[in-house]
Ligand binder design. Structure first.
Ligand code: DAH
Length: 338
């Protein structure tokens, strides 16, 4: 019996030693220590052992079983450790690999609008917002453009109903502000405007910034000083500004404002078509008719106003040749302006 036990222990140990996976180890366990295993078989043979030897053989069997179980346990943890190491090696994550997620950026129009607004805030202006669907009154009539006025042809309007239209200009904010706020007024109004127009330099939707100052003794020279300061901050310190006579129904006198070309500095290049100057915005002294329409006494107050296209400013600043590029949302174009 003793020999048989030693023989089984030796065979089982050899098999445990040779196991290369937990699965195989489990098979060995079942084969020797399972319900019908070889070792269990010996226990059944105990009934034939003479009573005097029973305690000795019983002790031997228990010790042999305990040592096999210990051996199995040790091999099991050795295999589990090896398996873990294999997995760690094969499933390695290389955290130094670059991550291709792209970070978004601000749209160039927003970038330019923010820059323009920031400059005017620095000059003491505050920012006003207003509706894009507007009444004929605020878009035209309050600004000195009655129903049959030929100036309506200057802007191709998009009507929503007989009396409502998509605002064609942020000048609407002049009347809205004057009717709701007492002077002194010093505001800029950035926003979207709409016109039935579509080519390389016109988009049916574009962006403007309107400016309005109303106070006692406001003059054309203050307008020029303010716009000069703005242009120098936006285009560069050397920028000069010139006024050309123009016509807008809501200003008198009206001017077209040019800046020296930011590319050639005034010498003449392709951007400025050889003139050295770039037309940037419309402006003027507030027409007394507008004051009267908005309940402000033109004998006490005077003012100036200006309005320009944000798109145009972005195109000049970044040399963008076609306004439609700003609305196509081509990521290759947009990501240049990070
Ligand atoms: N609203 C004009 C336009 O869209 C621009 C403009 C010109 C605004 C003169 C003004 C101004 O405030 O005084 O063409």
């Amino acid at each position: 019996m003793k020999k048989l036990i030693e023989e089984i222990v030796a065979r089982c140990s050899a098999l445990i030693n040779g196991c290369s996976s937990s699965q195989k180890l489990d098979d060995v366990r079942v084969r020797f220590l399972g319900k019908n295993g070889e070792f269990t078989g010996i226990l059944r043979g105990m009934k034939d052992v003479p009573p005097a030897e029973k305690p000795i053989i019983g002790k031997l069997i228990n010790e042999a079983r305990a040592s096999l179980e210990n051996f199995l346990k040790a091999k099991e943890s050795e295999l589990a450790k090896a398996e873990l190491e294999r997995r760690l090696a094969s499933e390695k994550i290389d955290i130094t690999l670059s991550n291709d997620t792209e970070i978004g950026s601000v749209h160039p129009l927003t970038l330019v609008k923010n820059e323009i607004v920031d400059i005017f805030i620095g000059l003491g202006f505050s920012v006003q917002d207003g509706p894009e669907i507007e009444t004929d009154f605020f878009n035209f009539q309050a600004l000195g453009i009655p129903l049959d006025h030929p100036a309506r042809d200057m802007q191709d309007s998009l009507y929503v109903s007989e009396k409502l239209l998509l605002r064609t200009q942020t000048s609407t904010m002049q009347a809205r502000t004057m009717l709701s706020t007492k002077p002194p007024i010093r505001i800029v109004c950035p926003g979207k405007v709409y016109r039935a127009d579509d080519d390389a330099s016109h988009s049916p939707l574009f962006n403007q910034v309107e400016g309005l100052v109303v106070d006692k003794n406001v003059s054309l020279s203050q307008l020029k000083g303010t716009l000069e300061m703005f242009a120098q901050r936006f285009f560069g310190k050397e920028t000069k500004v010139r006024f050309r006579p123009s016509y807008f129904p809501f200003t008198e006198p009206s001017v077209e404002v040019d800046c020296t070309c930011s590319v050639c500095g005034g010498k003449g290049c392709r951007l400025c078509k050889g003139t050295g100057w770039i037309e940037v915005l419309g402006a003027g002294v507030v027409n007394p008719v507008v004051f009267e329409n908005c309940g402000i006494d033109p004998k006490v107050y005077s003012g100036y106003a200006f309005g320009f296209g944000v798109d145009r400013m972005a195109m000049i600043k970044y040399g963008i040749p076609d306004i439609r590029l700003l609305y196509e949302n081509d990521v290759r174009f947009l990501k240049q302006y990070k």
